[in-house]
Design a protein around this ligand. Sequence first.
Ligand code: RNT
Ligand code: ZN
Length: 416
Amino acid sequence: MNENNIRKAYEIAKERYAAIGVNTDEVLDTLKNTPISLHCWQTDDVVGFERNEALSGGIQTTGNYPGRARNIDEVRADLEEVHKLLAGTFRVNLHETYGDFGGKFVDRDEVEPCHFQSWIDWAKENNFKLDFNSTSFSHPKSGYLSLSNPDKEIRDFWIEHTKRCRRIADFMGKAQNDACIMNIWVHDGIKDLTVERYRYRRILMESLDDILSEKLPNMKTCLEAKLFGIGMESYTVGSHDFYAGYCASRKVIYTLDTGHYEPTENVSDAIPSLLLYVPELMLHVSRPIRWDSDHVTIMNDQVLDLFKEIVRADALKRAHIGLDYFDASINRIGAYIIGTRATQKCLLSALLEPKYMLREFEDEDKGFQRLAMQEEAKTLPMGAVYDYFNLINGVPVGEEYIAKVEQYEKDVTSKR
Ligand code: RNT
Ligand code: ZN
């Protein structure tokens, strides 16, 4: 692409935004320094290295596009390639099942920080920080209920697992000198009409209280709510209300996954409420189609509005941004780039909003002016700003990345 034209287009855009009180250079700094946590599980369809079996437990990947990463080296190689094609600051989000188990079977209640030492070393070499997730799915003891299971033996197994995971996250956080964000999502739910809705939620609350009682200074725990899971359509123990109440009362980070709400619901309005009561937010930026289908994130109203609410609340420092989707039907590396770039564009769009002007209109009760400016903002030259961002950070601009992904496919993933 013509570099001069990209620079020229940026200069014009910069002036255009300056006229409405937006400093694009500052915006680009913020965009560059706002970390996005890349989920490791798009590389391999959420299989991991524990038992090499297909995913189960409320979530599902569909598709069999060739080139799935089959081992730790391939997962890392793919993430390194993704990193090369993106500008910004990145973290890598691991599930417990992606431990470096060295060919041995390590059950979930046996996992240790040492199983993640090579990830810590790799992350450091590749300029990533790590985030972490306990893993309740894809295990013979998963069943319908894990942390909310009335059977003490099964429940204790998962409590032990989750406690160990928090210690691993703490170990990672200490090694990287930056808190590791550990997400707890349990698939717990019931397929048909349970009469024990209250009981399972009470048990989950007690299990979480037990798990969170250990103080670990180098990690932060977050809890992910959900509407329903595959095969668990009637009831989800960890619903939005459950976790909103839990996180507010215990001062814990709430994880909002954009795929977990009614498909026609715009979840962005949850942000300004949650921000009043929970210390921070974790975002799983995803795209549902009819259900929590985990399609690749695109630039749509849900994600645009999500970031607008965060930026308008001046809460970017209180929001951890992570991706969560797993599409096995298209090139997986390409899926990362599309989803990450879409997320960045939504954040950029929020940062470029003429916030001060809009607030002034609102204070002065100028409804027409506010709506007019919101409409105008939609067609301002944001693309020129984003192209320039990629150019100055030395990564492919616009559709240039398509050829790079194709090249990696030719050289690497097609040979798997
Ligand atoms: C499932 C949750 C959860 C998972 C990952 C693999 O509905 O969104 O975050 O997608 O942990
Ligand atoms: Zn999620």
